[in-house]
Design a protein around this ligand. Structure first.
Ligand SMILES: C[S@@+](CC[C@H](N)C(=O)[O-])C[C@H]1O[C@@H](n2cnc3c(N)ncnc32)[C@H](O)[C@@H]1O
Length: 313
């Protein structure tokens, strides 16, 4: 983890109190901490840094915890590597979704946050339009892959062909993408390990329907966003599922209050301050849909309509 992150980190387990973390560095190279720890001065929780990866999701510290998430499996990693970087592999079927989302962001000085960053494509896109971009995801295999790309600037990717057959491709990052301007950490989008008002550019892409308490994620994004001169890109297909969250916690797709009706309408009302929760209010710049594509194997693709809202304040 790049050392410059230390001063913006807080203990996610102590939220809503914002307690700083004390760093202990065991091994570092060129301002990058390879091993060490971050300790909360108040609750005493110790967040390890191993192989350059900071583990700032309190759940990741629990030993023998839950079953592995589907995002930690090889086929899903293969799908997302293709979805994020298929265009760099010159695949004619590649998705243009990430460049379309990136076109919605304007250049803004300060820090950028990509919540639920997965393999990191949008974090790299945000780094081109900000001073520094951080990708946060609670999947270790995604964060490992994104960091591997950041450090080595190339990566061998096994793309599933059919059955168990895979084909190896080598992905190269374009020279213009600056590895010094990105970092990836393991963290929870519902308890972000950052101090309030730290970010001037924020993105939450295809994440809200994947978290157990969706409103908590939006409140966290709002907490870490600057109160002025901030932009926020939200996008989601609203594939609500009872396996992930209780229907009463959905922000749409239900007849139940408080968030009955369509998700996009409720998210916009929250952003605009028509519903309490995300103040100071945001102004909606643009709303629309982007077709996002995921590849399962060489003959199977999922086409997903992700509904976006771009806002600023
Ligand atoms: C559907 S994927 C979208 C990934 C990426 N934003 C994109 O649009 O390509 C959802 C991502 O959110 C991550 N995720 C799910 N729950 C999370 C949480 N509570 N905190 C952080 N990341 C989470 C998953 O690991 C996965 O990478």
């Amino acid at each position: 983890m790049k050392k410059l992150l230390i001063e913006m980190l807080i203990c996610p387990a102590c939220l809503p109190d914002e307690n700083r973390l004390t760093s202990k560095i065991i091994k570092e190279q060129d301002e990058d901490i390879f091993s060490g720890s971050l300790t909360c001065r108040r609750c005493g929780k110790v967040y390890p840094i191993r192989n350059g990866i900071a583990f700032l999701d309190p759940a990741s510290l629990q030993k023998g915890k839950k079953t592995k998430s589907k995002y930690e499996t090889a086929p899903v990693l293969s799908s997302y590597m293709w979805s994020h970087y298929g265009d760099l592999l010159n695949d004619s079927n590649a998705s243009s979704a990430y460049t379309e989302w990136a076109d919605l962001m304007y250049r803004n000085s300060g820090l950028a946050l990509d919540a639920g960053s997965a393999a990191g494509r949008f974090t790299f896109e945000m780094s081109k339009k900000s001073d520094f971009a951080i990708g946060v995801d609670n999947s270790l295999s995604f964060i490992q892959s994104a960091r591997e790309l950041m450090i080595n600037r190339r990566m061998k990717i096994d793309l599933l062909q059919e059955g168990v057959l895979t084909k190896q491709n080598t992905l190269y990052l374009p020279e213009a993408w600056d590895s010094d301007k990105v970092e990836f950490i393991v963290g929870d989008a519902l308890a972000l390990p950052f101090r309030s008002k730290a970010f001037s550019s924020l993105a939450s892409l295809n994440l809200i329907d994947k978290v157990p308490i969706p409103i908590k994620h939006l409140k966290e994004m709002n907490r870490v966003a600057k109160e002025k001169d901030a932009q926020f890109l939200f996008s989601d297909p609203f594939s609500w599922s009872k396996e992930i969250s209780n229907e009463e916690d959905w922000l749409g797709g239900t007849d139940r209050e408080p968030y009955s009706g369509r998700g996009i309408k409720n998210i916009m009302a929250l952003l605009k301050g028509e519903r309490k929760g995300l103040l100071p209010e945001w102004r909606i710049e643009k709303q629309g849909n982007i077709w996002w594509k995921i590849r399962t194997h060489s003959n199977h693709f999922e086409l997903i309509r992700s509904c976006f809202v771009k806002a600023h304040r």
